[in-house]
Design a protein around this ligand. Sequence first.
Ligand SMILES: NC(=O)c1ccc[n+]([C@@H]2O[C@H](COP(=O)([O-])OP(=O)(O)OC[C@H]3O[C@@H](n4cnc5c(N)ncnc54)[C@H](OP(=O)(O)O)[C@@H]3O)[C@@H](O)[C@H]2O)c1
Length: 361
Amino acid sequence: MRGHTVGVSRRVALIGATGSIGRQAIEIVDAHPELELVAAASGSTPIDGLAPLTQVGGDLTELLDRAEPDVVLNAVVGFAGLPVTLWALEHGVDLALANKESLVAAGDLALAARERGGGRLLPVDSEHSAAFQCLDGRAPEQVDSLVLTASGGPFRGRTRDEIADVTADEALAHPTWNMGPKITIDSATLANKGLELIEAHFLFGLPYDRIEVVVHPTSVVHALLRFRDGAALAHLGYPDMRVPISYALTYPARSATPVPALDLASGLTLEFHAPDLETFPLLRLAREAGERGGTYPCAFNAANEVAVAAFLEGRLPFLGIGEAVEETLSAVGGAPARDLADLVQADAEARRLTVRGAAVA
Ligand SMILES: NC(=O)c1ccc[n+]([C@@H]2O[C@H](COP(=O)([O-])OP(=O)(O)OC[C@H]3O[C@@H](n4cnc5c(N)ncnc54)[C@H](OP(=O)(O)O)[C@@H]3O)[C@@H](O)[C@H]2O)c1
């Protein structure tokens, strides 16, 4: 078990400790004596001894109540991370947010919880961490537009016909990032960039028509902000999640990481182009769901989670993911998202419709 360190200044609760983000976060905590891991949780993988308080599955808010953390790193995958996001924001505890799905599904509720609780929302998604740093507290009125970059995934440049028969193994071979399976498939379909578009809307208070997505194959520029005076600020770095994880956990100290400094002299390829929305319709569907608002983003996320799981298990073809999500979004009622009960219902309805419509049960 990790012992208590003398002079510790930040108590960290790590939820989703066994995943890709979780493991990298443990590396960051281990490297910084001022960070103390007081609680850790997973969905089903055993984690005995990782922290003084541990929990596998169940109601994670009870663990958070007992742990009394200064910062919660939400590294759970999917809608299951929502109670953790809401707990931190309600309690005025800093939230280092990797679990983008919770902000997508419950953006208005999460922002209202932050308003009441007063905690800081520190993005861990690399693009949003980058934008947060370029924005540096400036008001949305000063921003002309935000540009999120996408690697384009393993099927960038291919046509629909060329990706009709791709396997899960091919889709899991991401060119620039090494991540958990769900987000890797989301990167291959561009659903991930769609989720990030909605996440950025809620994080930075920008309307959707001022958030652009461009494909940037080397993933060196993580985000760029165009300001109203004509200046543009970009955030550059090698694709390595330890940088945004460390930034969020040690904010505003910008502590050292083992990630090398950017080497310009040996050449950098900074190429950008528009995404292919015909081959990768999930980015378009996410934008539409975001613009419609209410429970549509929640339904988009739920349908996508079900379809991705089905694809990973070989029950749905790659292009079936977009088709299933489109079908579900055209069938849901799109009620307003007044409270958590509305969202839980919208999530369940979208899951049911996706299973039925795409025959992925
Ligand atoms: N990986 C990246 O580089 C990256 C980059 C940006 C954003 N993100 C975001 O970060 C989040 C995590 O991604 P990941 O790639 O780290 O996923 P991952 O490798 O699949 O890990 C997911 C983690 O969530 C836990 N979990 C799943 N269901 C849970 C539940 N019901 N209750 C508690 N814990 C649960 C898992 O525990 P078990 O081991 O027990 O299943 C695991 O620890 C996602 O929202 C993703 O979009 C990831």
